[in-house]
Design a protein around this ligand. Structure first.
Ligand code: NI
Length: 161
């Protein structure tokens, strides 16, 4: 009797799981952190004008932030694994394409994919999206959102539009 009930339960679970695989879009987010120096400024403006527009982030001798990055991908569940993607693989991509290039670096001077840009959080979000988009597709998902927090009072979101 007990065995029969378990069998019944398993069959119901299998049917539910099958439906979920077929129809359900899942969003998965990985959080990473990095610490970097930057300065917000335009070369064609003097220090006074830069400070008046960009504020504290424009002090000439650099400063740092502890950034928090959330990478959200979307996809369907792989019935073989129960995962959308293997989070280890996603983390590896983020580290190779982004964290290893920005952590403990000067974002204005040291980062190939930020050369010539004004280093705002907005710029960072778009540039990080461009770094990750193709690699995320290679592991069978789509990039959905890049969220970056520069200070705990503000965050930026970019959806690739
Ligand atoms: Ni700043």
């Amino acid at each position: 009797m007990f065995e029969l009930n378990i069998k019944k339960l398993n069959k119901t679970a299998q049917i539910l799981f099958y439906k979920q695989n077929k129809d359900t879009m899942i969003y998965v987010t990985r959080r990473e952190r990095f610490s970097s120096a930057h300065r917000l400024f335009r070369q064609d403006w003097d220090d006074e004008k830069n400070l008046s527009i960009f504020g504290n982030c424009s002090h000439p001798n650099w400063h740092g932030h502890n950034y928090v990055l959330w990478v959200t991908i979307k996809g369907k569940v792989n019935p073989e694994t129960g995962f959308v993607v293997n989070l280890k693989e996603l983390s590896k991509i983020i580290h190779e394409q982004v964290i290893s290039k920005v952590d403990h670096r000067n974002l204005n001077l040291d980062v190939d994919f930020l050369q010539g840009k004004i280093i705002s959080t907005e710029t960072l979000a778009v540039a990080i999206w461009n770094q990750l988009e193709a690699s995320v597709r290679q592991i069978g998902a789509e990039l959905h959102k890049i969220k970056i927090e520069e200070t705990e009072n503000n965050y930026i979101e970019y959806f690739g539009e």
